[in-house]
Write a protein that binds this ligand. Sequence first.
Ligand SMILES: Cc1ncc(COP(=O)(O)O)c(C=O)c1O
Length: 408
Amino acid sequence: MTQENAATSQHIDTRLVHGGRGKHTGTTAGSPTVPPIYASTTYLHTNIEAQDKAFEGPTADGEPAFVYARQANPSTHHLEEALTLIEGGVGSVVFGSGMAAIHSALLAAGLAPGAKILASQDLYGPTIGLIRKVFVPTGVELVLADLCCPAATEIIEREQPDVIYVETVSNPLVKVNDLDAISAAAKAVDAVTIVDSTFSSPYLLRPIEHGFDLVVHSATKYISGHGDSTGGAVISAKNSLLDQLRAYYVLLGATLSPFEAHLMLRGLRTLALRMERQSQNALQIARFLHEHPAIERVYYPGLPEHPQHELAGRLLSHGLYGGLLAFELKEQTREAAFRFMNRLQICLPATSLGDVFSLVSYPPISSHRTLTPQECQKMGINAGCIRFSAGIEHVDDLIQDLDQALGK
Ligand SMILES: Cc1ncc(COP(=O)(O)O)c(C=O)c1O
């Protein structure tokens, strides 16, 4: 067994801790266990012939080559190596934000004039915005559909798209997509599949194992995990797509800073522990809210009432269902939602998700701000809908905070 194969067969917890540590195997003088941050923008070689070769990019056996930080940098390379190992891809490219990663993933998948993309209607709002504003005016056809439903396979057969784009778990109503069924149907029509796996994180779900071609992350969320760095990643299951991704990365200049890459690699080390606690907290909070008189409905795949509870149990690992849930206040008004948010003492009424602290957001003014109330309503997001991203605080304190904010 090669060293690489041995590493790929390790448990995900071990891969998260050791992935991307580089070749720091120890020297007489001592070498670091944590790769240093390479701030240099440009690189020297033994001679100009060697530099000429380095400009070509990685060697045939995958050894990296560095000449200029926008093209490749040892710190971002370590993060890429870690994500490739963790997700089980052939390679990864990291970006300055999740949106930059999505942009390059769409281009790499071949979303060019004349192509058709079939996307889930529940996608993160700016992802739909990006396709509508940047790709549709060039002659790309966008079809939005409910791909969380069992009819996804039929829709794919009927639409015959070139590219399919879904999220593992949707925002904010945590609907779960049947990745196995979607990837099988996509293969039958020769479509490239992209999945945004931000909500589930690589600890709970690795979509390449379910037949997907490109996996996208807003690394700003669970991968970073501490609310202090912005970045994105695309992990590829195919070398041809990886080559395209690298080409767009260099040309579009959406480079991840080496400092952010360092923070994200550090974040990966504790992802397993954080996801365990966040998922346990989310389940207890979902159960508490389910019984609360001020709550109309709770959306959490870990509850038996959730329509995709069984599917989520099959896709997500470790018997966990993730750190995100949504709920509807009985009083379905913006005023009631604002009153609740303003009363919170421990949970932070701030946007984003996946951080060590619990974050509470109101989708109509944040992730779904660009949609009209009617469009939100059509997606099932009403004026009393709140999204909750569980942190790692003690769950009793979180429940007490929610209880007092909900009022009598
Ligand atoms: C599911 C999902 N994908 C992508 C993004 C965009 O990521 P970023 O903010 O890092 O650009 C977000 C941001 O909230 C998100 O929730």
